[in-house]
Design a protein around this ligand. Structure first.
Ligand code: ZN
Length: 280
């Protein structure tokens, strides 16, 4: 048998959680066609991976690379760490919809966006020939800015309908979920009812909501209350909720992590889909 590529003698980690084993991986085109202790056969290219690890590409679940690929599509800083997929648009702020006060030129690193909607953004992103897979979230703060502006007030009935429409449209265009930035303006201005209504749409579309929660320390409502708030949003809306970069921030809340993990476990027992990620 002849293959295009055989990676020989590496410690193979297959991503299922099972321990590594020493073996070979054969590749044909864009697919892995064989994995085993020792693959017999020839290959156009043989890579000696002795003493190295061979594993699936990493998914970076929390990035702010919304505009980076337009500046450098080769994404060297990610590729060289083994990252092959990035989740962008976190913490309530995304590159689309690029409308009204949702336009934040200070965030683009000098790049001038040519799109308005999420669909147009994703077309522009596809056109740059980037090296990573992108799973974009749509930012609640970005949608709210586009419709309500950056003011501290609840949306009118008409504005609420427009936010709902923009959210649904963005999700259907390809956003994998919505992000909240409840610690930041204008995300912090959102009413509970507003958030439940928006999360309900995300749930209906079969997607998730990730949040930079309202407080990770003792700045506003407190770490525990912020986690409880987000779990409640998931419970009331039926949308899976994901706590971004979970942490007990500052000496005042050190030690609270046990309690927080308990809250999450209890919510999951009740059937609320709560997950979290953490900085490496
Ligand atoms: Zn954040």
């Amino acid at each position: 048998m002849a293959y295009e590529v055989i990676i020989r003698g590496g410690r193979i980690i297959n991503g299922t959680g099972s321990p590594w084993f020493q073996g070979d991986v054969a590749v044909q085109g864009e697919r892995i066609v064989a994995i085993g202790r020792q693959i017999t056969g020839e290959a156009e290219q043989v890579i000696d991976a002795t003493g190295r690890y061979v594993c699936p590409g990493f998914i970076d679940t929390h990035t702010h690379s919304d505009f980076s690929f337009f500046i450098d599509p080769t994404a060297q800083s990610k590729v060289r760490q083994g990252v092959t997929t990035e989740v962008t648009g976190n913490c309530g702020s995304s590159a689309a919809p690029w409308m009204g006060a949702g336009r934040r030129p200070e965030r683009t690193g000098g790049f001038e966006p040519t799109w308005n909607t999420m669909a147009e953004y994703l077309d522009a992103l596809s056109a740059v020939g980037k090296t990573l897979n992108i799973a974009p979230l749509v930012g609640h703060g970005t949608i709210r800015s586009a419709v309500v502006g950056r003011e501290n007030r609840p949306p009118s009935a008409e504005e609420m309908a427009q936010m709902e429409r923009l959210l649904r449209e963005s999700l259907r265009a390809g956003a994998v979920g919505m992000s909240l930035g409840l610690y930041f303006a204008p995300g912090m201005y959102a009413t509970h009812e507003e958030l439940v209504r928006l999360l309900r749409i995300v749930g209906e579309e079969g997607k998730i909501t990730a949040a930079h929660i309202r407080d990770e320390g003792t700045y506003t409502v407190g770490f525990q209350a912020a986690v409880e708030e987000f779990i409640r949003l998931g419970e009331e809306s039926g949308c899976p909720v994901h706590i971004s970069h979970i942490k007990a921030h500052g000496p005042e809340v050190w030690g609270l992590s046990t309690k927080i993990l308990e809250l999450i476990a209890k919510a999951r027992e009740r059937g609320v889909q709560v997950t979290a990620d953490q900085y490496p």
